[in-house]
Design a protein around this ligand. Structure first.
Ligand SMILES: [Zn+2]
Length: 156
């Protein structure tokens, strides 16, 4: 059951970097009462109070926040966005390889291309909660992802 008003507690941020340049910050909050997870995406520069609040995933909905990291190729800049996903759902994003633009989420939360069932070449996905207290560096491909979460600092 959901709350009438969630009681959100900040759980952490993931810095999205291109080398030493901070591109944006992905963040998450969890409701202390029901466990709903709210995600946010904070670009650099001035923003309004509600800019970048992506919405809330209720508990036991079978959904998760996934981070889709994109390789920058040509005029398409590197980027990472948070999307809500569930097994069997589709994700559509701009990607350097057109066949990477339409993905299907599998039961194990990995993603494959809708076109041929193979893993995307120019995208990588992460569970948002697993990259909090960490960073994703898009200056290399595959990206360098790192977290300070319990278990010790580690490369993802
Ligand atoms: Zn709640």
């Amino acid at each position: 059951m959901g709350c009438e008003t969630h009681d959100y507690l900040y759980i952490g941020a993931c810095n999205v970097l291109v080398g030493e340049e901070l591109l944006k910050v992905l963040e998450a909050w969890r409701c202390r009462a029901c466990g709903a997870v709210l995600a946010g995406e904070r670009p650099m520069g001035p923003i309004s109070s509600t800019d970048g609040i992506l919405g809330s995933i209720p508990p036991n909905s079978g959904e998760r926040w996934l981070v889709v990291a994109r390789q920058g190729v040509g005029s398409l800049p590197p980027d990472a966005i948070a999307v809500r996903a569930s097994p069997g759902s589709r994700i559509s994003v701009d990607a350097a390889d057109p066949d990477d633009s339409h993905l299907i989420v599998k039961q194990d939360w990995s993603v494959v291309r809708e076109a041929d069932g193979s893993p995307p070449r120019t995208l990588r996905t992460y569970d948002l909660l697993s990259v909090l207290k960490g960073y994703i560096d898009l200056s290399v491909w595959p990206p360098k992802a790192f977290t300070l979460q319990p278990g010790g600092p580690r490369q993802l």
